[in-house]
Design a protein around this ligand. Structure first.
Ligand SMILES: [Mn+2]
Length: 384
């Protein structure tokens, strides 16, 4: 069986105030092209289809278009679960109707997760599509006091699946969870307040492939008898701390024994997400490089002292500057505390103030300039 694993589309997401719909459409176009070329037996979407419970109409329209092309035009079955950003009930709308056209949507938690059965030359493959559910929902649904957190919830659900799974049949689990040891990034919403909200990778022992969503960095987790436990990663970079990542989908080839060969296929985004730094004058200087001006940028200015309208001037050249940072100067208050303000001279006070603000000492020309200004003011006072 050949399938494509993707997750965390976050349709409807804003990036620093701007809609990402066109950027998402751009890479989803590449996904549709890939599906046309690779002809997978299924596309698995492991949750966070939308960015929020009530997505904007543009996001709903984009999903409708992409799914219609995959399922109706290319006749590729799609298995899609809810993540922690999706509304279980809303995503679940039409699930029974859509299953007739081989669009399998699993939005709401049910106590017994029935498999979707695929067949290849070697026999059946059972795909278990497990939507994200809060531990309290699982606790009620399974009527089990043993469920107290994400780990015990996942364990209870997966034990139920294993109990009903026929021996010797290959299996795939599609789930949305934070597996302990996985590397997170800033654009993921924590699953639990105060606790880790993680599940141990040992939960997934026995499945031939576990298609995960939630962590936005593509990564493989293995151990303790688990087979291929993998995060495909998100569709796009949704925060600046993902600047160094390459976003991709995973094309998986499963053999008759359930052994999987995985290949990450990278997207080329409409705009990159990058971090740059330098002096404002250098960043604004004409450069032969014309690529990447439209990218989403986090700019760190290395200038000392005040800079007027840095964002406005940068945006003339880089229209999508999303964030501006200044290097933090280390304040050095040495000497300031010991200064007795009642006895200190004007020059001593100003010297301390200058050091506090700039972390530098006043040089001789600056001292004489200050003395000159003070003397001028005194002279004016005397004459008035
Ligand atoms: Mn997500």
């Amino acid at each position: 069986m050949r399938f494509i694993h993707t997750a965390d589309w976050h349709l409807g997401r804003l990036f620093h105030g701007g809609h990402l719909t066109d950027d998402q459409a751009h890479v989803l176009e590449q996904l549709v092209d890939l599906c046309r070329e690779v002809k997978p037996d299924a596309l698995l979407v492991a949750g966070d289809v939308y960015d929020r419970a009530v997505p904007p109409p543009e996001a709903v329209g984009l999903l409708d278009d992409v799914l219609s092309r995959l399922v109706l035009d290319l006749e590729i079955p799609v298995v899609m679960i809810a993540g922690n950003h999706d509304s279980p009930g809303r995503l679940h709308f039409g699930a029974r109707l859509l299953a007739g056209r081989r669009l399998y949507v699993s939005g709401q938690f049910v106590s017994q997760c029935e498999p979707i059965i695929f067949n290849d030359a070697h026999g059946p493959v059972h795909v278990y599509a497990l939507p994200y559910a809060e531990p309290s929902t699982v606790r009620c649904g399974l009527a089990s006091d043993a469920v107290v957190d994400h780990d015990s919830a996942m364990r209870a659900i997966v034990n139920g699946i294993r109990a009903g799974h026929p021996a010797g049949v290959r299996s795939i689990l599609v789930a949305h969870a934070f597996v302990a040891g996985g590397a997170g990034c800033e654009s993921e919403r924590p699953l639990s307040v105060g606790g880790a909200g993680t599940v141990d990778v040992s939960c997934f022992a026995g499945f031939d492939y576990v298609a995960l969503g939630h962590l936005h960095r593509p990564q493989v987790l293995s151990g303790n008898g688990a087979g291929a436990v993998r995060y495909s990663g998100s569709l796009l970079k949704y925060s600046f701390d993902e600047a160094d990542q390459t976003k991709s989908v995973t094309v998986v080839e499963m053999d008759g024994q359930g052994v999987c060969r995985c290949e990450a296929i990278a997207f080329s985004p409409r705009r990159e997400v990058r971090r740059i730094s330098g002096l404002l004058a250098d960043l604004l200087a004409p450069s032969p490089e014309s690529n990447g001006k439209e990218d989403y940028l986090e700019v760190t200015l290395l200038d000392q002292g005040p800079v007027l309208d840095a964002v406005g001037r940068l945006r003339e050249l880089y229209p999508n500057v999303a964030e501006l940072k200044r290097v933090e100067r280390k304040l050095d208050d040495a000497g300031v505390a010991r200064l007795d303000h009642r006895k200190a001279t004007d020059l001593e006070l100003f010297r301390a103030f200058f050091r506090h603000v700039t972390a530098q000492d006043l040089g001789p020309p600056q001292e004489s300039a200050f003395a000159g200004v003070v003397e001028e003011m005194r002279a004016k006072e005397r004459s008035s």
